[in-house]
Design a protein around this ligand. Structure first.
Ligand code: AHR
Length: 506
């Protein structure tokens, strides 16, 4: 047994209101995310518009408030006009990012219909790679205006009387990356992003903008990129983006679980860059963080690269179809806890992606939709992680891993949902050697009782789910104690734990 962990949870330890968009996700026109993912006319579960109802149900289960669309790298050579109007007249296009053919059978209008069905709203990414301000303005008029002008009327002609009302816009995607179509230097990008946001705000004052930060913490231009682009855009934007994917290529589980230390440092550095420019500009406004791509991504990369080189220009090929295992779910839980610990600054986060492409939801073309291991931590956080993030006061042991030192054994966050009179503790025991006794003092919440204790536990780090078998599913534990406002339980090594307290035990 490792060193005992103690946590204090109190109403007065308020960190921040959690923005529901912390539980956002992402759909890119990539691989089978759209075609045979969300959309498959002729599938037994397809609705009248060709959308798979089995997928809609799973997305609703995850309760995803916002979905970034349509890319990703795809967006940097996306011609939105090709994706609207009568389907039989839509042009097929080469997608240069993933070397595939985009049929445009699903476009803006269809995606907006799908979002209505899933109770989500669109966070729209603009092509600031191969296109620019004028096209962004036309798209905005098409989406949001009712002015009797050309593009607003075009949307009506295409059958959408009511504007889509898209509030949050991403000013391009990963523009610091040499792989991006229309990649730019920070100075070039900063000017274009500022002018585009300025012009779009002139059209619609209510918009919010996300400026591109670095594609990941390893980029050679990080964090100067953040400072330089914010220098140009500070007064026009509201958020800066962060993207990060993790992998365990070396098979070192303990070190894999320590990677949220790097994530913490990424969050601190970007926050510091924002606040440095704030001080320089004598501004009163804060820039918030939009972590609009995060996940584990490495299982499929080698075969994808081979396929894109050897067999380009397919429509909806199998790409980025990572099959996630147990340890991937644990890392995702750690990432969600990290976001909750920084809920004062991280306002948007998008699990990348949602269906088939590095996704919690998979579909069989001739069969059912199913839940990957990573579905569950996201489900729990989305369900119980709304309300107020409480500052975690915790004392826990530490251990070293091959690349990280002083790694906390238990990572934890607590959320208070005042409306539902519910407090939830999310915790991961990331010690790979020891079970740990965990004590939570919740006396600050008089009359609250433990109602539910959900866990993901396994001795096999590499076990996965599939269309026919789901060995990784949450289980309910009842072997805990609740005595005078003190909760105690033994948290298994390598486990995801969700303890829900409520005013009345049910
Ligand atoms: O999500 C997959 C890809 O990862 C996105 O297209 C890109 O933005 C990032 O590099």
């Amino acid at each position: 047994m490792g060193q005992k962990t103690k946590m204090i949870v109190d109403k007065d330890f308020r960190l921040a209101d959690i923005d529901d968009r912390l539980y956002g996700s992402f759909i890119e026109h990539l691989g089978r995310a759209v075609y045979t993912g969300i959309y498959q006319p002729g599938h037994p579960s397809a609705d009248e518009d060709g959308f798979r109802k089995d997928v809609i149900e799973l997305v609703r289960e995850l309760n995803v408030p916002v979905i970034r669309y349509p890319g990703g790298n795809f967006v940097s050579n996306f011609f939105w006009e090709d994706s609207v109007g009568p389907k039989d007249q839509r042009r097929k296009r080469l997608d240069l990012a993933w070397r595939t053919v985009e049929s445009n059978e699903v476009g803006l209008g269809e995606f907006s219909d799908w979002c209505r069905k899933t109770n989500s709203s669109i966070m729209m990414a603009l092509n600031l790679g191969t296109r620019g301000t004028a096209d962004a303005l036309n798209l905005l008029e098409y989406c949001n205006l009712d002015t009797g002008t050309y593009y607003a009327d075009l949307r009506r002609q295409h059958g959408a009387d009511k504007p889509y009302g898209i509030k949050t816009w991403c000013l391009g995607n990963e523009m610091d990356g040499p792989w991006q179509m229309g990649h730019k230097t920070a100075a070039e990008y900063g000017r274009l992003a500022a002018e585009t946001a300025k012009a779009m705000k002139a059209m619609d004052h209510s918009l919010e903008f996300v400026v591109c930060g670095s594609s990941n913490i390893e980029m050679p231009t990080f964090p100067q990129w953040e400072a330089s682009t914010l220098e140009e855009t500070y007064e026009y934007v509201d958020y800066i983006s962060l993207h990060q994917y993790y992998g365990n290529r070396s098979g070192d589980t303990a070190d894999f679980f320590a990677k949220t230390q790097d994530l913490e440092s990424f969050l601190h550095s970007v926050t510091a860059a924002c606040d440095f420019i704030k001080a320089k500009k004598r501004s009163r406004k804060n820039i918030y963080l939009s972590f609009d791509e995060w996940n584990v991504w490495y299982h499929s990369t080698d075969s994808d690269n081979e396929q894109m080189a050897a067999k380009p220009w397919q429509t909806a090929p199998h790409l980025l179809e990572d099959i996630y295992n147990f340890e991937d779910a644990i890392l995702n839980g750690l990432i969600l806890i990290t976001f909750l610990k920084h809920a004062d600054r991280v306002k948007i986060a998008c699990l990348a992606q949602l269906v088939n492409v590095i996704a919690p939801i998979m579909t069989e073309t001739d069969g059912p939709a199913w839940r990957q291991t990573i579905f569950y931590p996201f489900l729990h956080a989305s369900k119980y992680g709304r309300g107020t993030a409480l500052t975690p006061v915790i004392s826990t042991g530490t251990h070293d891993t091959s690349q990280h030192c002083c790694v906390t054994d238990i990572e934890s966050a607590a959320v208070y949902n005042e409306e539902k009179q519910e407090v939830t503790i999310f915790a991961v025991n990331r010690n790979t050697d020891s079970d740990i006794e965990f004590e939570a003092d919740i006396r600050g919440f008089a009359d609250y009782k433990a109602r539910e204790y959900l866990v993901l536990e396994s001795d096999d780090m590499k076990i996965s789910n599939s269309a026919t078998d789901s060995p990784v599913v949450p289980k309910n534990r009842t072997d805990y104690k609740m005595d005078g406002g003190i909760f105690t339980a033994v948290m298994k090594k390598c486990s995801w734990n969700v303890i829900v307290f409520s005013k009345e035990s049910r």
